[in-house]
Design a protein around this ligand. Structure first.
Ligand SMILES: Nc1ncnc2c1ncn2[C@@H]1O[C@H](COP(=O)(O)OP(=O)(O)OP(=O)(O)O)[C@@H](O)[C@H]1O
Length: 619
């Protein structure tokens, strides 16, 4: 199905969820969050992405290695200078090593800058591919799955997790690579000076090893739990703030404050636990530094004493070890960032590896615009059906109004026909083909649903319209707008079709946004269109304008209209009345009024309310 408003329907359903106190109180409590990938699954997704950029990866590693190698010359050069001074060789003997020191600094700086930027580029490129993969899959997730998890879970992955990985890729990854190379090459440099130096440096290694193990075993679950807690908190905030009217109406304020407080407390507790771990981690690293440097100095003393090495070499060894402090600490601290980024990455990959919509091998082709609903039933919550045994036959080109009290199941029926939800029972066929055999893409081509919450995408108005038909010319866009009576106001916009609308642009009224949705419907030109409350929210004058626009947009196609304004029902070919999830009446307006049943009661109430507001009642 297509919603011409293009809104991921999660928001629509948030609004629906908002309605009942039952959900507000309990619905957020037990959500089945979207999955998080295991380490192996994450690597399995990252591997091919990295392989695609092998040349860039090799170039980045080579340049960084060269830069680090050049930097390692600093310590021996300083050691050489110390030897020259000890041997009282005079100032001239220092010229060459000094010039070399400057050359080493410049060479190392240049190579490190180029290498870091190559690593960052590699990281950004891989992240971009991963993000595209994630968004592509997220948009194709079955709506039920997103609803089960709560839209906050998906939103926090798209925003928080992606931002965290991006930050790590930009800042931590280049530094981590530099540090790792420096550590390895410095150890090699120590061994070249004298193998005994390399050996004693390893005294500190067990402390490092156990510190990292101690930290990782505690930090991984804490970070993973922290991200989950933040997702849950974000969802709770969306629920409580987004549903503020319902919360107030049902006096659920205290309950919601308590829920937000509880979720917020659990996020804070986990953050504090993370902080305590970091402090413990650094104290242990200081012990390792003390042990390592002490060992190198004592070894240097004995080696110089027995004449095995010069004072300059011992100095170089001490400088080497000292120069390990920064990269070692940086690399270990970055493990912290890597942990968080790893947890976020696993959450992205978890969504990317969910099964998406399945297209049938040979999708069927609808013969016409007819809609056949047979024994249709649906329950959002198992055991609580909201539609039962609904049978409905809509002829191609017919206009049917769905009428009923609030909660009768009109929107649910509309969504099941549009393929947004999969029915719990029964079947829907479009143009004689079962929706299962049509597949998601086939359903999208056949039905367009316009819901009340029309989303106007930020950008030029023409682009917004072309979402429905990308290849449409400006003339076709204008014709579609004219058909739904929107051309006059579009022509009056500062830049006409090129006017930037939506977030940050020209603000459209509710009626104008609905006009756009109807124009998109005309452009998409599906054989079946469903208008769900499309005119309900526009105020009386706006609603009348939209009613005639909607009637024109439905010309030449099958139209199902969820009619809150019964004037829309009165002009339909047929009216289907729903009550408690069942079809209780079907017929024309005149027949149903004459029958004196459910519809006649609704019509009488509607007419009374209209008379009170002194609007002419048709029919
Ligand atoms: N996403 C959802 N999750 C759980 N229950 C839902 C969901 N959407 C709707 N419901 C419930 O299903 C029932 C039918 O709702 P539906 O929106 O289909 O009725 P409606 O006739 O369109 O109502 P209205 O005229 O108020 O829009 C209601 O009890 C509603 O609370």
């Amino acid at each position: 199905m297509t919603t011409t408003d293009g809104t991921p329907n999660a928001m629509t359903d948030e609004a629906r969820n908002e309605r009942g106190p039952a959900m507000s109180a309990a619905g957020t409590a037990e959500r089945e969050l979207l999955p998080t990938a295991t380490g192996a699954q994450t690597l399995a997704v990252l591997g091919p992405l990295l392989r695609r950029h092998r040349a860039l990866a090799v170039a980045a590693v080579t340049v960084l290695l060269v830069g680090t190698g050049i930097g390692l010359l600093t310590a021996p050069l300083l050691g050489h200078i110390v030897d020259q001074v000890v041997e009282r060789r005079g100032a001239d003997a220092l010229t060459v090593p000094m010039v070399l020191l400057v050359a080493v600094a410049v060479g190392r700086g240049a190579a490190t800058a180029v290498g870091s930027s190559l690593v960052a580029r590699l990281g950004e490129t891989v992240l971009a591919s991963l993000r595209e993969q994630f968004i592509e899959r997220a948009l194709r997730l079955p709506l039920e799955r997103v609803e089960q998890a709560g839209s906050g879970d998906l939103t926090s992955r798209v925003t928080g997790d992606v931002a965290l990985i991006a930050k790590t890729v930009r800042q931590a990854l280049p530094e981590f690579s530099r540090s790792a190379f420096t550590i390895v090459l410095t150890l090699v440099g120590l061994a070249v000076l004298d193998w005994r130096f390399a050996l004693v440096v390893l005294v500190a290694a067990p402390v490092h090893y156990f510190t990292v193990r101690w930290y990782m075993s505690r930090a991984i679950p804490v970070y993973a739990a922290h991200r989950v807690a933040t997702g849950a908190l974000q969802h709770q905030l969306l629920d409580s703030v987004g549903g503020v009217r319902t919360v107030r109406a049902f006096r659920l304020g205290e309950r919601h404050v308590e829920l937000v407080g509880r979720r917020s407390q659990s996020a804070v507790d986990l953050a504090l636990r993370g902080n305590r771990l970091v402090t413990g981690f650094f104290s242990r690293l200081n012990v390792a530094e003390f042990l390592g440097l002490g060992s190198v100095l004592v070894t240097g003393f004995f080696l110089v004493d027995n004449g095995s090495v010069s004072i300059g070499t011992a100095t170089a060894a001490a400088l080497y070890f000292h120069s390990l402090f920064n990269p070692l600490n940086a690399a270990l601290v970055l493990i912290d960032d890597a942990q968080s980024a790893g947890a976020s990455l696993a959450r992205l990959v978890g969504v990317s590896s969910l099964p998406g919509e399945q297209e049938p091998a040979r999708p069927g082709v609808p013969a016409d615009g007819s809609v056949t609903v047979a024994s249709l039933g649906h329950a959002y919550v198992p055991g609580r059906p909201v539609l039962r045994e609904v049978d409905l036959e809509v002829r191609s080109g017919e206009r049917v109004a769905l009428v009923g009290a609030s909660g009768a199941g009109k929107t649910t029926l509309a969504k099941l026909i549009a393929g947004i939800h999969r029915p719990s029972g029964g079947s829907v066929a479009l143009g004689g083909v079962d929706t299962g055999a049509l597949g998601p893409a086939g359903i999208r081509r056949t039905v367009t649903l316009i819901s009340q919450e029309v989303h106007v995408f930020a950008g030029p108005l023409a682009d917004d319209l072309r979402l429905a038909r990308p290849e449409a010319t400006d003339e076709e866009l204008r014709a579609a707008l004219e058909k739904v009576d929107a051309l006059p106001w579009v022509d009056e916009l500062p830049d006409g079709l090129a006017t930037v609308v939506g977030e940050g642009g020209h603000r459209l009224t509710v009626t104008q946004a609905q006009h756009l949705a109807l124009a998109r419907l005309v452009l998409a030109d599906p054989p079946v269109a469903i208008l769900d409350e499309a005119t309900a929210d526009a105020g009386s004058a706006g609603a009348r304008t939209l009613e005639s626009a909607a009637a024109r947009a439905l010309e030449g196609r099958t139209g199902l209209v969820v009619a809150h304004r019964l004037t829309q029902a009165a002009t339909a070919d047929r009216i289907v009345v729903l009550d408690g999830g069942r079809v209780v009446e079907t017929g024309t307006h005149d027949d149903l009024v004459a029958a004196g049943g459910r519809y006649a009661t609704l019509w009488a109430a509607w007419s009374d309310s209209r008379r009170e507001s002194e609007e002419p009642v048709p029919g």
